[in-house]
Design a protein around this ligand. Structure first.
Ligand code: SAH
Ligand code: SF4
Length: 360
């Protein structure tokens, strides 16, 4: 068997591990020992699993790969947003962002560390404002490559992560099966043990997959990258809208919200002269009210090489106040990572371009 065809040990669910343990003629308690080495003690090789018989470790190593992701660059410091660029086994670059806990001034909820995780190398959806899609799509991440980002960030930072958002590079719902496997491992008590309600998945609007997600037993939270409150505006900046228009998307969102008894979040980046008019604010208010959703406004982060910029603070405030006046719970996010190119895909793009310049 070639390495490429091997499954990674951190892509397996507990019953699949059980099956392997049984096939190797080992007692079933070995499964728990392995899971414990992987997700609690977090060793980085089969050799370190010292309470497993040497022969068994050898057979595991023959059958499975043991992925490691390598930290290439780390930007930011302890109380700012930190950005980590990783190199995968096939030399692909991906990035994760660690957003620090804010002081728990108003109760315990704010005292959380959040990691923003990538789900694909590149992105095929080509939103006009986004760095992740600029160089197209390379491949889906495997479940272990998704889980590894969290383990590596906890190791690098020495901090325990309480919240996960799939808002890094890639479209999570376009990598549905691998993402679900990863989420099961992240959520399981034998895995990373992070509650489903602390996991948020962001999508640019893959309506059929939103409905499919609604049938999954896990109560993950859903955020929709809306960025335009009419088809006319959305079509200009998000090609996905030509496949699933606003009405199709909203119907799927409504289905998800009702099925999961969950309040959705609409993300709305404010881009100067593109989607920030009072009229868009009023449309957005109507849509959010109809679905009982809340809105996160995010001032656009400039991407090198793209012509877009964020509106003035006054314009941002006006947009927010129109929304609030229509009775929608809305926040305006102050981008913590603006100074270190925190928008998704940017660090990778920058590093790739530097490398390309260096070797040309
Ligand atoms: N593909 C998914 C998840 C990854 S993008 C999605 O589109 O939802 C995560 C969020 O970052 C999305 O809301 C996306 O629109 C936003 N984003 C992309 N580029 C940005 C930029 N330059 N400034 C601010 N937000 C950006
Ligand atoms: Fe892909 Fe999301 Fe970026 Fe659109 S915003 S190109 S879907 S990562």
């Amino acid at each position: 068997m070639t390495t490429a065809a091997k499954i990674d040990i951190k892509s397996l669910q507990l019953p699949e591990l059980d099956e392997k343990v049984r096939a190797f003629g080992e007692p079933l308690y070995r499964t728990r020992q392995i899971a414990d080495w992987l997700y609690q003690k977090r060793v980085q090789s089969f050799d370190e699993m010292t309470d497993l018989p040497r022969e068994f470790r050898k057979r595991l190593a023959e059958e499975f790969t043991f992925s490691k992701i390598e930290v290439v660059r780390l930007l930011g410091s302890r109380d700012t947003t930190r950005k980590i660029l990783f190199r995968l086994a096939d030399a692909s670059l991906i990035e994760s962002v660690l957003i620090p806990a804010s002081p728990a001034l108003y109760g315990s909820r704010s005292d959380r560390r959040t990691i923003c995780v990538s789900t694909q190398v590149g992105c095929a959806y080509g939103c006009k404002f986004c760095a992740s899609g600029l160089e197209g799509f390379s491949r889906n991440l495997k479940p272990n490559e998704i889980v590894d980002q969290i383990i590596a960030v906890e190791r690098e930072s020495g901090e325990k992560i309480d919240n996960i958002v799939f808002m890094g590079m890639g479209e999570p719902l376009a990598n549905f099966d691998n993402l679900m496997s990863a989420i099961r491992i992240i959520n399981a008590p034998w895995g990373l043990g992070i509650g489903a309600r602390h996991i948020t998945l962001s999508t640019s609007g893959l309506a059929p997959q939103i409905r499919k997600l609604a049938e999954e037993p896990l109560q993950v939270r859903l955020a929709i990258s809306l960025h335009g409150a009419t088809d006319q505006v959305r079509n200009q900046i998000m090609p996905i809208n030509r496949r699933y228009n606003l009405e199709t998307l909203l119907a799927a969102c409504d289905y998800y919200g009702k099925r999961k008894k969950q309040r959705l979040t609409f993300e709305y980046i404010l881009i100067d002269h593109v989607n920030d008019s009072p009229e868009q604010a009023r449309h957005l208010g109507r849509i959010a009210r109809r679905l009982g959703a809340k809105v996160n406004l995010i001032p656009y982060n400039t991407v090198h090489g793209l012509p877009w910029s964020r509106p003035s603070p006054e314009q941002q405030a006006q947009f927010l106040s129109i929304l609030r006046a229509s009775g929608v719970p809305a926040t305006l996010r102050r981008e913590k990572g603006h100074d270190i190119d925190a928008a998704c895909g940017q660090l990778r793009l920058q590093t790739k371009r530097q490398l390309e310049t260096a070797i040309s």
